[in-house]
Design a protein around this ligand. Structure first.
Ligand code: UT7
Length: 347
């Protein structure tokens, strides 16, 4: 059976650099706190009106297509992963299809947050392996800066996130390519890292601490003043709870991929973990006893770009000549849902 290869890769980050000290204008934080707890020094913010999640994705996609040697019209399926879409619906996939003047091909939107790229890669892999599609464009893009609480109330989250996009073109290969993908979820922690509103839950799943509106507001359940007052239109996170789970699940899902392919941590040429927190990546490195040159991190420059973080890091590593033909590359992610996953590929 044929396998799936990454035939082209691209990335785009906005020009506007926001340092940790810049954030002190809005909230009570410090460069020391952010660097010590997360490793982040700066992140990029998209232009408020001229850049969107889709438009950044298009820029990354154009590079990936050019490197794969195909045109937008030759793409036969789109997968778009994001948690910060331009519209509540429809998803960014169709906006990309329209703006890139593609044929009337399928466009699938993936909502798996930090694991979005791995989930999307796994879906693409199945479509390529079965022979259904030959040129899949996978785009992962986030415009977090538009939806963060920049007051001190939201500082545990807003200092982490940044904007950017990554894209890959996936094609069939007779060589090894993607060896395996591994996907997991645990919805018992759905509210640990979530943005509750706007949503249609009507407080059904939320405990009193999190639920904001009362009967008088039933007419405006989708979005109410109380929701805004309670910052429910912003992401909500129990950071330490996410951290504790992440440092268990990252090594576990990486080992799952290695064991499936009868490989060892020493066989990995480059691990590209989702850029959630440098401390998490360091913990994973230590746990698997990986050398520094076996792990690629760029969170210090871009923060956490959620679905886009792995393709951005993969692209930078490739551009820097850190990935050579035949290398064993491991991708792994953990985040909201909880969802997590890994992918092992032979470049
Ligand atoms: O990619 C999505 C998945 N997300 C993650 O993987 C995130 C995982 N979690 C983390 O990365 C960390 O939990 C954080 C970086 C979010 C937070 O670091 P922490 O070491 O877990 O800090 P904490 O939340 O326990 O907060 C410690 C203190 C608190 O103050 P008190 O209560 O001890 O007085 C916070 O209010 O740090 C305070 N704090 C801040 N101080 C300065 C929280 N955010 C900030 C901030 N600047 N930005």
């Amino acid at each position: 059976m044929q396998q799936t290869k990454i035939a082209g890769i691209g990335m785009y980050v906005p020009a506007h650099i926001v340092t940790n000290n810049d954030l002190k204008e809005f909230m009570d934080t410090s460069d020391e706190w952010i660097q010590e707890r997360t490793g982040i020094k700066e992140r990029r913010y998209a232009h408020r009106t001229e850049e969107t999640t889709t438009s950044m994705g298009i820029k990354a996609a154009a590079i990936a297509l050019q490197r794969a040697g195909i045109t937008a019209q030759e793409v036969d399926f789109i997968i778009f992963a994001t948690l910060s879409p331009d519209y509540y619906f429809p998803g960014c996939g169709v906006l990309l299809q329209r703006e890139m003047k593609m044929k009337e091909i399928g466009a699938l939107d993936i909502r798996n947050q930090c694991s979005g790229f791995i989930y999307a890669l796994s879906v693409a892999d199945q479509f390529i392996k079965t022979g259904m599609y030959k040129n899949i464009l996978l785009v992962a893009s986030e415009k977090h800066s538009f939806g963060l609480d920049f007051s001190t109330r939201g500082r545990n989250i807003s200092v982490i996130f940044g904007d950017g996009a990554g894209a890959v073109v996936l094609q069939p290969t007779q060589k090894q390519g993607i060896l395996s993908t591994h996907l997991h979820s645990d919805g018992s922690a759905a509210e640990v890292l979530a943005m509750f509103n706007p949503g249609t839950h009507a407080n059904h799943w939320l405990d009193e601490k999190l639920a904001s509106f009362d009967d008088a507001e039933m007419g405006q359940m989708f979005m109410s003043h109380a929701m805004i007052d309670n910052a429910e239109n912003f992401p909500n996170m129990d950071g330490p709870a996410v951290f504790k789970k992440a440092i268990i699940k990252f090594p576990e899902v990486i080992m799952e991929a290695l064991e499936k392919n009868n490989l060892q941590p020493t066989d990995i040429n480059l691990l590209i973990p989702h850029q959630a927190n440098l401390r998490i990546a360091q913990f994973v490195q230590q746990k698997l006893q990986l050398k520094d040159e076996q792990v690629f991190n760029n969170i210090e420059k871009y923060g956490n770009t959620t679905a886009a973080s792995i393709p951005i890091a993969l692209c930078e590593a490739w551009e820097a000549g850190k990935i050579k033909e035949g290398d064993l590359i491991c991708l792994a992610a953990f985040g909201s849902g909880f969802t997590w996953g890994s992918a092992l590929l032979r470049w």
